[in-house]
Ligand binder design. Structure first.
Ligand code: ADP
Ligand code: MG
Ligand code: MG
Length: 252
């Protein structure tokens, strides 16, 4: 498995400091959850690692197996084995989901070693079945007119077919009804093995009833202020974040 090390990451948007020194290490085989109140920089963390141009990295580093991710082009990050799911996936007109998936898989393979079409179709159909996604969706333009739930299932479909080393999933549970939440969780759990590490960003504890994280981290004011096991998420669900603020002397 691979290791993703986020070290002392500082990020600004238009001169405003959003991340103030985030430290996190995810190893292959581990599921980590990042929780925290709204506006504490969780999505910024995901976007900065993905290479979103609005986010200026002023300090720190992100290493994938010792290699600086922040110096890689965005497509190189995917090729290196990073998968970044987004809170608001964008629609791509003119590209079917199926074509998008196949070219994403091939982008991670060497030239001349493209996935055979029949093998791809077989794998895709299997994943569509597993995620209870209508087969017709694969022929629709990526995310165009997809419901919130369809977009999230589609992200898990990408994840299952791309088999990245490390995935960062931002609010994969937002806007899902309970059935969709179960299916999405089932997909993520199926990926659990020594080769796969996952950072699950979520505002709510309920996803963690279906996906048991090895570690839970709380972000506040642009940094990780507390880490623990699954019991930490349970306490947050029961008590909210105030006790941590009090512990740390943070004012609202
Ligand atoms: P979270 O995901 O924890 O809810 P975000 O990372 O989305 O938090 O936001 C952290 C802070 O950064 C917020 O104060 C938000 O308003 C600000 N922010 C996020 N994106 C932008 C942007 N594109 N331009 C300006 N401010 C932004
Ligand atoms: Mg938010
Ligand atoms: Mg967010």
């Amino acid at each position: 498995g691979s290791t993703l090390e986020i070290k002392n990451l500082h990020v600004e948007i238009e001169g405003n400091k959003i991340l103030n020194g985030v430290n996190l290490t995810i190893n292959g085989g581990e599921f980590h959850a990042v929780m925290g109140p709204n506006g504490t920089g969780k999505s910024t963390l995901a976007s900065a690692i993905m290479g979103h141009p609005s986010f200026e990295i002023t300090e720190g580093s992100v290493l994938l197996d010792g290699e600086e991710v922040l110096e890689m082009e965005v497509d190189e990050r995917a090729k290196a084995g990073l998968f970044l799911g987004m809170q608001y996936p964008s629609e791509i007109s003119g590209v079917t989901t199926s074509d998008f998936l196949r070219s994403s898989i091939n982008a991670r393979r060497e030239e001349g070693d493209e996935i055979p079409l029949m093998k791809f179709i077989k794998e895709m159909d299997k994943a569509l079945d597993f995620l209870e996604i209508d087969k017709n969706m694969a022929q629709r333009y990526l995310n165009e007119g997809f419901s919130g739930g369809e977009k999230k299932r589609n992200e898990i479909l990408q994840l299952m077919l791309l088999k990245p080393e490390i995935a960062i999933l931002d609010e994969i549970d937002s806007g899902l009804d309970i059935d969709a939440l179960k299916v999405v969780s089932k997909g993520i759990n199926k990926l659990r093995d020594e080769q796969f590490g996952c950072l699950i960003i979520t505002h709510y504890q309920r996803l963690l009833n279906y996906i048991t994280p090895d570690k839970v981290h709380v972000m506040m004011q642009g940094r990780v202020v507390k880490s623990g096991g699954p019991e930490l998420a349970k306490r947050l669900e029961a008590e909210g974040y105030d006790w941590i603020k009090q512990e740390l002397g943070i004012e609202d």
